[in-house]
Design a protein around this ligand. Structure first.
Ligand SMILES: [Cu+2]
Length: 179
């Protein structure tokens, strides 16, 4: 009887050691962090250069700051969504200008039609945050599919009169996800 108790006790000790070992030696979660400044009109990676390369399943933390004088977005989109938004931005701005709109009115109507805040998440739109000048935030994202993605801003404060969005002026950066 005491032999059986001894065996049971030893078994428990081994089990506890295995569990403790699992927690002590379990690899660190796969996390990558980037600090990105949103300026007029470009994305600045504080510790390096775009493109960013990450891995499928990795947790990516973006620490964002709007250091510009206009509202800016930090959107992550597929190449198809990028092209669609670039085309739509020009199309809508031209239509609104033809209607005789300008200034705040032009910008407001444009944002209703195109601004990322009017876009649905999902199909081609992986992440969307919008920051006022001086605002900062932190977002987390991970990717299920390898491929090339784009970080972009489709706002048009300061560029609407010229018929283009911030993305057209250079607010686009590449993000490569490896399998
Ligand atoms: Cu912008």
């Amino acid at each position: 009887m005491s032999d059986r108790l001894f065996l049971l006790g030893s078994g428990l000790v081994v089990l506890v050691m295995v569990i403790l070992g699992f927690f002590i030696f379990y690899p660190e979660p796969n996390v990558k962090a980037y600090e990105v400044d949103l300026s007029d009109f470009t994305f600045i990676l504080r510790d390096g250069e775009f493109p960013i390369t990450v891995k499928v399943g990795q947790t990516i933390i973006f620490k964002l700051r709007n250091v510009g004088g206009f509202d800016h977005e930090f959107m992550i989109v597929t190449p198809e969504m990028k092209d669609m938004m670039l085309n739509k931005a020009v199309e809508v701005l031209n239509e609104l200008k033809e209607m005789g709109l300008s200034g705040e009115e032009l910008l407001e109507m444009y944002e209703e039609e195109v601004g990322g805040h009017g876009m649905e998440m999902g199909e081609g739109m992986i992440l969307m945050v919008r920051l006022d000048p001086g605002e900062s935030t932190q977002v987390e994202v991970s990717f299920d599919e390898p491929g090339t993605y784009y970080i972009m801003c489709i706002e048009a404060g300061g560029t609407a009169e010229a018929g283009v969005s911030h993305a057209h002026q250079g607010m686009v950066a590449e993000l490569v996800v490896k399998g």
